[in-house]
Design a protein around this ligand. Structure first.
Ligand code: PLP
Length: 287
């Protein structure tokens, strides 16, 4: 998508901190990252629309690459937030591509809205792949969607020319089987993950007051800020890795400059997650 809809040297707007491959793909394609940092308001990540508009107005970006639901901060962008972004993109004639791979992993009363449901003709949704929903991470299959015929034809002809318009027999049938027969499994998985989120939120609130958790509205990731512990970066890392035995992803991967941020993947066995939080609790108490 990046190579198809932008030229060498063009800017691509991303909302940092964000899934680390966005930056890598933009830069390795010879494009430039236009960073639209997310803001934290009342303990909640939001979009800096003024900066978003300025970047497009100044021509810093020819494409907006959204992540919805957002990895790593866990926001599921509301219709109104998406509408505001689309209105701005339309004003400056910028294409919006939305990575919606976590679209089905949405918790509680939050609702996922696809970018293509807003009637903007320059919108493409990379709806995703069975990887996240069904734990089929080895499946190199994905699919994209647009309502616009011209965009569709353009993408399709490029995809054909690269011979990536089909998976191999195993991945294709695994994908079909997952979507045709996997509903019950997926619903159980979603319920399980949501219960894990609730358990972690309660444990952090009751027992780990120096840890800030951004309770996810979706995705299977949780974003934590350990700033209040006031530890040097190496001490914090050692506490997490050696004592709590947690394999968290450093925030720096996602463009976060504060070294106290880490992301946890919770698509895992709850008992192991609980045990790691118990170890973390013990380690923090003995600081
Ligand atoms: C937002 C986002 N997009 C894309 C991917 C890539 O998924 P896959 O490796 O299954 O292609 C991931 C994986 O973590 C992701 O979080």
């Amino acid at each position: 998508m990046i190579r198809e809809f932008t030229q060498q040297g063009d800017g691509v707007l991303i909302q940092t901190p964000v899934y680390h491959q966005f930056r890598r793909l933009i830069e390795s394609a010879g494009r430039v990252v236009a960073g639209n940092s997310l803001k934290i308001e009342d303990g909640h990540y939001t979009i800096d629309f003024d900066d978003f508009e300025q970047q497009l107005k100044q021509g810093n970006a020819k494409m907006v690459l959204l992540c919805n639901p957002h990895n790593p901060v866990g926001r599921v962008w509301t219709r109104s937030e998406l509408q505001t972004m689309v209105d701005i993109a339309r004003r400056y004639d910028v294409i919006v591509v939305s990575d919606e791979i976590h679209a089905d992993i949405v918790f509680d009363d939050h609702t996922f809205t696809s970018i293509v449901s807003l009637g903007y003709e320059k919108a493409v949704s990379i709806i995703g792949s069975p990887a996240k929903n069904f734990g089929l991470n080895s499946i190199a299959n994905g699919y994209i969607y647009t309502d616009d015929d011209a965009l569709y034809q353009q993408i399709k002809s490029t995809v054909n020319s690269l011979a990536i318009d089909h998976g191999n027999a195993l991945t294709t049938y695994a994908t079909i089987a997952a979507y045709e027969k996997g509903r019950e499994w997926f619903e159980g998985y979603l319920q399980y993950t949501q219960t894990t989120v609730h358990w972690i939120a309660e444990f952090v609130a009751s027992s780990l007051p120096d840890i800030t958790m951004y309770k996810p509205e979706g995705t299977n990731q949780i974003w934590f800020d350990f700033s209040k512990l006031q530890l040097a970066p190496d001490t914090l890392k050692s506490l997490l890795v050696n004592e709590a035995k947690m394999g968290l992803t450093p925030g720096a991967w996602f463009g976060e400059t504060n070294p106290n941020y880490y992301r946890m993947n919770i698509a895992a066995d709850r008992e192991q997650i609980q045990a790691s939080f118990a170890r973390l609790h013990t380690a923090i108490n003995s600081l």
